[in-house]
Design a binder for this molecule. Sequence first.
Ligand code: AMP
Ligand code: ZN
Length: 131
Amino acid sequence: MCIFCKIINHEIPSYTIYEDETIIAFLDIAQATYGHTLVVPKKHYDTLLDCPEDVLCHMMKVTQMLTKQIMEKTQAKGFNILNNGYEIAGQVIMHAHMHILPRYEEKEGFVIEMHENKDIDLAQVQELLTH
Ligand code: AMP
Ligand code: ZN
C-alpha cells in the first residue's frame, strides 16, 4: 500500500486540514512554504491522468476552496498550484495529488524557473498536436 493510502487508512498520522467522502487534504511533511498542502483523492490513482472526471473536478474545486482559505488565514501574497506527473517531472509518491504552495516572497522554499528552449520549432509542434 502506498504512503498516502496509509494516511487515508489512518495507519500513519497526518496533519489533516480537510476531509470529505472523496478527498483528503493534509500538510506536506516537508513544508516548502508556510501552509504547503497536498490535496489527495481517497481512492488510489497513480497520476492525475488516471483520475475519473468527477474525482478530478471535485479535487480541483477543493483545491481552489482551500487555496482561498489558506491565503486568507496566512496572508500569503500569491500561490502556486502544482502537480508532478511521473518520475521525470518530480513525482515521488505515485498517488495522484495537487500541491498548494502559498507564496510570501519571490525566493523561498519553492522556486519555479522556466527557461526558453529556442531549438523548439512552434510550427512543427502545432502540426504534431493538431494532426
Ligand atoms: P511529489 O514529488 O509531487 O510526489 O510530492 C510528494 C510530496 O509528499 C512531497 O512534497 C513530500 O514532502 C510529501 N510527503 C511524503 N511523505 C509524506 C507524509 N507522510 N505526510 C505528508 N507529506 C508527505
Ligand atoms: Zn495510494
